[in-house]
Design a protein around this ligand. Structure first.
Ligand code: NAD
Length: 485
């Protein structure tokens, strides 16, 4: 085991869980055991919530300009520790080192946004009638929780923690049990940056701890990022306990290619979008709709896909079960009559035989009713469907229950505008394969890709992490009240 057992982080200290239940942390890169992670109990959560609740009066009353100083220092520490964090991220998640560096760079950008919050949360003031003014201010909620998935061990935690904490909340983070290592390092850096003990806490675990978070009377808000199946459970449970909840779910992103698309650029973008992070991105292109004759572009996509080599510029998928599930989807599509143009099944990387790799896979002549067309595969696989018109393509995109992203590749501005208007997704790309809005724009899908109001990052997150206080004020000088008596 490469690292010592993972511990919870409560009140500024790494502490053992009260539970003896634990899971192995396995590197998808080579199958080696990295560590063990405790499956904490509700008692551990209770201790973390008590620590967070105790420091909340102090932290929430610290002026925001002072609070964000922690994040200026944290940003510098992320930069300083970029390589170490990236290596940890790659080891536990299986993505390439280049992708992991990009992930930590994104953490830095997210933190940079948090340092700008004082400029964005100024309230409003207006004299609403003679001598009477109304004013508003954003007030932190209290103890809040963030439950995160395996596919971005550092970035998704950084979607929530800098903004929620800079806005004056105290946080309990529940990392994915598959990738618990990066968050521990982030906790260390926050402490080094001067964050008071108890403001940020980490409780590791699985279903038991998530349910305890949703039920805990002293947790005011729950943010969740993960699959749609679990997002629905969390959203229902947290809101039935009268908590604020924003739950981001899974995705099936459609990418429409029109005959006038620039072939080389389109092929590179499609191949990169479907295979980046081994296809384990909620923004990955998973279904492509070829509108009209784009056969020469499909040939180029296959050429690009063949340049993507597992173990070199393609990482591993998270575990054996995931590899088997992805390969089963490909086999099922083949049986149902689709054509496998590039086949990533049975991939082995020399010297890393226990790694869980799936090669890039391009499947053509997929029908909308096939499972590879409808379901989230979460692997480096693209399913190509063919239509004659943009409206037919949009009908397929609109019929899918998710709504994270959709993209179009074209040189026709009118067609692009039409697709922006009619696609049923929260984030749209035009000649962009992974249309993640960068800060200060917010991240969030539609339909079954998100439950709750608002987005998780950017300016929109301010509404989620704060409540608005409205004061109506009249100074009555004539009353002559002596407030000091
Ligand atoms: P997951 O839903 O299995 O797990 C997410 C979190 O929920 C983990 O912390 C896990 O411990 C916990 N959990 C799992 N099952 C649970 C249950 N039954 N009850 C309570 N808690 C439970 O997701 P994952 O496999 O870690 O991540 C991949 C999924 O996340 C994909 O569907 C992907 O699209 C999605 N995702 C979405 C976004 C987005 O922005 N919409 C971003 C990243 C990932």
């Amino acid at each position: 085991m490469k690292y010592k057992p993972v511990q919870n982080y409560i009140k500024g200290e790494f502490t053992n869980s009260s539970s003896t239940r634990k899971l192995d942390v396995i590197s998808p890169l080579d199958g080696n055991k990295l560590s063990e992670v405790p499956m904490s109990s509700a008692t551990d959560l209770d201790e973390a919530v008590r620590a967070a609740k105790a420091v909340f009066p102090h932290w929430s009353k610290t002026p925001i300009k002072e609070r964000v100083q922690v994040f200026f220092r944290y940003k510098y520490l992320l930069e300083k520790n970029l390589q170490e964090l990236a290596e940890l991220c790659s080891e536990e998640n299986g993505k390439t080192i280049g992708e992991s560096i990009a992930e930590i760079e994104k953490c830095i950008e997210l933190t940079e946004f948090a340092t700008s919050l004082p400029q964005l949360v100024t309230g409003e003031i207006l004299e609403v009638s003679r001598g009477v003014e109304c004013r508003t201010e954003h007030v932190p909620l209290g103890v809040v929780a963030s439950i995160v998935p395996f596919n971005f061990p550092a970035m998704v935690p950084c979607w929530t923690l800098p903004n929620a904490i800079a806005l004056g909340n105290c946080m309990i983070m529940k990392p994915s049990e598959k990738v618990p290592l990066c968050v521990g390092k982030l906790a260390e850096l926050l402490k080094e940056a001067g964050l008071p003990d108890g403001v940020f806490n980490v409780v590791h675990g699985d279903v038991e701890i998530v349910e305890a978070i949703c039920d805990h009377p002293d947790i005011q808000a729950v943010s969740f990022v993960g699959s749609t199946k679990v997002a629905k459970i969390i959203y229902q449970r947290a809101t039935s306990n009268y908590k604020r909840c924003l739950a981001l779910g899974g995705a099936k992103n459609h990418l429409m290619v029109l005959p006038d698309a620039i072939p080389g650029m389109t092929a590179q973008n499609v191949a990169a979008s479907m295979s980046g992070c081994a296809g384990q991105r909620c923004m990955a292109a998973s279904a492509m709709i070829a509108v009209g004759n784009v056969d020469s572009i499909i040939d180029k996509i296959c050429d690009e896909a063949r340049k993507i080599i597992p173990g070199k510029n393609l990482g591993a998928v998270i575990n054996k079960e995931s590899k088997e599930r992805i390969e089963k989807y490909i086999t099922e599509a083949e049986k149902d009559g689709a054509k496998i143009l590039v086949d990533g099944r049975n991939t082995k990387v020399e010297g890393k035989e226990n790694g869980t790799y799936v090669g890039p896979t391009v499947i053509d002549y997929v029908k909308p009713e096939m499972s590879v067309a409808k379901e989230e595969i979460f692997g480096p696989v693209i399913s190509i469907m063919r239509t004659n018109t943009v409206d037919e393509a949009l009908a397929i995109e609109n019929a899918n229950p998710y709504g994270n992203a959709a993209s179009v590749f074209t040189q026709n501005g009118g067609a692009a505008r039409y697709i922006i208007d009619h696609a049923s997704a929260g984030m749209i790309g035009v000649n962009v394969g992974v249309p993640v809005p960068r800060e200060p724009f917010s991240f969030g899908g539609w339909n079954e890709s998100k439950f709750g109001v608002g987005d998780i990052t950017g300016k929109s997150s301010i509404e989620f992490w704060t409540k608005l206080k409205k004061s109506t004020i009249k100074w009555n000088a004539e009353a002559g009240v002596n407030w000091m008596s």
